[in-house]
Design a protein around this ligand. Structure first.
Ligand code: SF4
Ligand code: SF4
Length: 231
């Protein structure tokens, strides 16, 4: 058991994790994007499933669920990436109190039914404007160099977009702290893109695609994402 680095009580609303997983089980694109990026990873597995590149975060409620129904997951120790073991304390300090960092058995032993929400939503997070609206999907920009999806945003399916929005509409309706955590991530993205004088690609909840000014948050509708991703 990994020591809990957050001694203060954390508000955790009850979540029916199985129901959330079943409702958000839609592939991101109409092709298996793992097949597109894995050949570019020396480890031969998708980058987002490679513990040397990404440590999956889980809601504590997810850990409570998966730890009782599957041996797919264990709490991240920091030594799973043999090439580059790290002190787990360093990353845990940056992890919100309502999350756990986990590691799975690896891509060859993935069990789709027990993927975390963070597996299902990758590479996207819910984008929240400065004036407090969840308008759609933005990507985790620090994965721009590795993730094929980020370079092919127009391949994201409408079904995935709908399932993503429905999942977070529900979570935000009962969990203000999680909404605020993503509001902070969105603000960080605005700062990052503003410093580079670039607009933020948004897969809007209305089904259309836009570029968003990080300064004014004005949206410009586009037919295709043509510029290279920022990251
Ligand atoms: S989401 Fe991105 S990193 Fe993950 S498998 Fe698909 S292309 Fe690869
Ligand atoms: S559970 Fe599956 S999708 Fe999630 S990180 Fe592990 S291999 Fe990837």
């Amino acid at each position: 058991m990994v020591e809990d680095s957050h001694p203060f009580p954390v508000y955790l609303p009850p979540l029916d994790i199985r129901r959330l997983y079943d409702a958000f089980d839609t592939p991101v694109t109409d092709v298996d994007c793992g097949q597109m990026c894995a050949p570019h990873n020396p480890a031969g597995v998708p980058f987002c499933c490679d513990i040397c590149h990404a440590v999956p975060p889980a809601y504590r409620q997810e850990w409570d669920y998966v730890s009782t129904v599957t041996d797919l997951w264990h709490e991240w120790r920091g030594d799973e990436c043999a090439a580059e073991p790290v002190d787990p304390a360093s990353l845990r300090e940056q992890t919100p109190a309502h999350m756990r960092l986990l590691a799975c058995l690896g891509a060859p032993r993935c069990r789709r039914a027990f993927r975390l929400l963070s597996c299902r939503q990758f590479p996207f997070f819910p984008y929240i404007t400065a004036d407090d609206r969840f308008i759609g999907l933005a990507y985790f920009w620090d994965f721009s160099a590795q993730c094929w999806v980020i370079h092919n945003l127009e391949r994201v399916t409408d079904d995935f977009r709908r399932a993503f929005v429905a999942t977070y509409d529900y979570i935000f309706s009962i969990w203000q702290e999680e909404y605020e955590a993503y509001a902070d991530t969105s603000e960080e993205m605005r700062r990052y893109f503003a410093a580079r004088r670039r607009r933020i690609p948004i897969l809007h909840r209305n089904g259309r695609n836009y570029l968003l000014s990080p300064a004014s948050e004005r949206l410009r509708r586009i037919d295709r994402f043509t510029t290279a991703p920022v990251g």
